[in-house]
Design a protein around this ligand. Structure first.
Ligand SMILES: Cc1cc2nc3c(=O)[nH]c(=O)nc-3n(C[C@H](O)[C@H](O)[C@H](O)COP(=O)(O)O)c2cc1C
Length: 205
């Protein structure tokens, strides 16, 4: 089993989403000691935004790319290869201003590539990253689960399904800014959810 862990908190220290992702990965590896782990920490190693230079590089045919354009596309290729190789994907996702962190969006913009991770047929869009299990560790200062203000979950569900990943579990740690007691309760609930999910994974494997 190949596990890909993506941390997207801007914090390299003290991030709850990264810590919960670590906890889940530890549990999965405990059940499957042969599992190989790749960690992509977007806070420590930010990925460049999809700007005009990047778009031009992507839309230039391989053999016509300048060395700079080839280097820019190669940065995205690495992220795509990591994702293609993964059986299990663990995403640490804080809520920033009701959305996903910029770094996660940059990762998404890198891995969503036509004819590589999705394609259009006469029947519509088809995701090419099938057969993967995805866990999303959500951390929030407030509480938005199952409300219209939670745009993260529908967005990530749609995006992941578009790329072929339909087996997705969301783990919530909410109310982290609502006082120490609420914080501890939220983290304990998230850890309990992790324990239950990791146990199920082991039972299936
Ligand atoms: C720039 C910024 C924006 C935030 N926006 C929101 C928000 O819109 N809603 C919310 O519930 N919490 C928000 N928070 C709180 C974070 O979601 C919370 O601190 C979370 O634990 C961050 O994840 P991390 O611990 O992995 O860094 C925000 C925090 C920061 C730093």
């Amino acid at each position: 089993m190949n596990i890909l862990q993506i941390n997207s908190s801007a914090r390299t220290q003290g991030s709850h989403s990264s810590a919960l992702a670590d906890t889940l990965v530890e549990r999965l590896r405990g059940e499957r000691p042969d599992a190989r782990l790749t960690v992509r920490d977007l806070g420590r190693t930010p990925h460049p935004a999809l700007d005009e230079t990047a778009l031009q590089a992507l839309f230039t045919p391989d053999e016509q790319r300048s060395p700079e354009q080839a280097a820019r596309v190669a940065l995205d290729d690495v992220l795509i290869a990591e994702l293609q190789a993964a059986d299990t994907v663990v995403l640490g996702v804080p809520m920033y201003n009701f959305g996903v962190p910029t770094q996660l969006k940059n990762w998404i913009d890198a891995v969503a590539r036509a004819r590589v991770t999705f394609r259009y047929t006469e029947k519509g869009a088809e995701g090419l990253l099938t057969g993967k299990k995805v866990y999303v560790l959500l951390t929030r200062g407030g509480q938005y689960r199952n409300t219209p203000a939670d745009t993260q979950v529908p967005y990530l569900k749609t995006l992941l399904a578009f790329l072929g990943m339909t087996d997705v579990e969301f783990i919530y740690a909410e109310g982290l800014a609502m006082g120490p007691e609420a914080e501890q309760k939220a983290l304990a609930a998230a850890r309990a959810q992790i324990d239950a999910l990791a146990g199920n994974e082991a039972a299936v494997a």
